[in-house]
Ligand binder design. Structure first.
Ligand SMILES: *Cc1c(COP(=O)(O)O)cnc(C)c1O
Length: 368
């Protein structure tokens, strides 16, 4: 039986990529902001509809670097319902994550619970556009203004998402996108930060290149987080197809929704108002609890179909954080994390495969 992975990397035609990297054998310029890097930067500025962009060798280092560039101190309000990278990026910058709960509709930060977590040590809010569902950006902006906080969005899931026709990377002080091979758009590994303040452009480019300002002047203790030319070339190829891929994803999501909408104990994510979505994940929530979620997971696996308990456990419950940062109760995040399952979703998944997956889910749910 053919196995179905939870996701599958999008690749251009082999020849197209080879053609794209051919120049590199002539120029012998493989990294350090070469022509592919520059071209991708331009194309993404336009695609993401943003003022400024800085490319990185992965999304995680993009996030670490923008946190450092904004000179945050003390405490940062974030959520535990995310990939471990978000929390790690905060802690690796010497900051304390204060975990805010999420809301039950779209699993993003519950803006009504943010204010009670703010104190004189708070310097920023780092919310996550989980599954490409966007946070309540207007409410977050209001709170940030009132308390003079920075806002950095983890937009790793939100490539190409728009709100009222505005690219999602325009909100807050900055947004981080991931171009990892498992994401909607990939550069093999890669990532970017989008932002509005022109001063950040120079700062980020120095930071990601060891802090080197000019040949004889190092002004900052930087690391190395540059995107190389082979990554950028992959991005240039993949960008040509990403709209078509998102369209295919949409058809798959529609089929899933159609198949599962009448199962009362299975909660689906509703589409958000005025949002152009990217259909990056298909999470379903089992209202009847963790046992049924885990049973469906196992039954799918038995059929060579690989779903993911994404995000479970919560980041704050991982070994490295458990004893240290379990500072606030997040009951909704616990509830969602123990009941959520993301089903396979990638552009080449067939509708027949979707039906097969749904049949297994429905059969398992009916057993209880
Ligand atoms: C993928 C991901 C990251 C990290 O991005 P990489 O490009 O893999 O380093 C960060 N946050 C979230 C929510 C992600 O899904």
């Amino acid at each position: 039986m053919k196995s179905i992975p939870v996701t599958q990397t999008s690749l251009p035609d082999f020849d197209e990529y080879i053609n794209e990297i051919k120049d590199l054998w002539e120029s012998k310029w493989l990294t350090n902001m070469g022509v592919k890097h520059q071209e991708l930067e331009q194309k993404l500025t336009s695609y993401l509809d943003t003022n400024y962009i800085s490319l990185f060798n992965n999304g995680h280092l993009a996030l670490e670097n923008i946190i450092a560039a904004l000179d945050l101190t003390g405490e940062v309000i974030t959520t535990p319902f995310t990939f471990i990278s978000t929390t790690n990026a905060i802690v690796r910058n010497g900051l304390v994550p204060i975990f805010c709960d999420i809301n039950k509709d779209d699993y993003t930060i519950d803006t009504q619970k943010i204010e009670s977590l703010i104190n004189e040590r708070t310097s920023a809010i780092i919310p996550v556009h989980v599954y490409g569902n966007i946070c309540n950006v207007h409410e977050i902006e209001k709170i940030a203004k009132k308390y003079d906080l920075k806002v950095i969005y983890d937009a790793a899931h939100a490539f190409g998402v728009k709100l009222n026709n505005i690219g999602i990377g325009n909100f807050g002080d900055a947004s981080m996108f991931s171009f990892h091979s498992t994401k909607v758009f990939n550069t093999i590994e890669g990532g970017a930060v989008t932002f509005n303040d022109s001063k950040l452009e120079n700062k980020l480019s120095i930071q990601k290149n060891f802090g080197i300002e000019s040949q004889e002047s190092v002004t900052y203790i930087g690391g190395n987080a540059k995107m190389n030319e082979f990554q950028a070339a992959m991005g240039l190829c993949n960008l040509r197809y990403v709209d078509n891929e998102i369209h295919k994803r949409k058809n798959i999501v529609n089929r899933y929704n159609e198949n599962l909408k009448d199962i009362s104990s299975v909660v689906l994510v509703k589409s958000q108002k005025n949002v152009q979505a990217n259909y990056s994940y298909f999470p379903i929530l089992f209202e009847n609890g963790i046992d049924i979620r885990d049973k469906v997971f196992e039954e799918l696996k038995f059929n060579n179909i690989f779903a993911r308990k994404y995000f479970y456990p919560l980041t704050k419950d991982m070994e490295c954080y458990k004893s240290e940062f379990s500072n606030v109760d997040t009951p909704i995040a616990e509830y969602v994390s123990s009941r959520i399952l993301t089903l396979p979703l990638f552009p080449n998944l067939t509708l027949d495969e979707v039906d097969k997956i749904c049949n297994i889910v429905v059969n398992e749910v009916k057993k209880v």
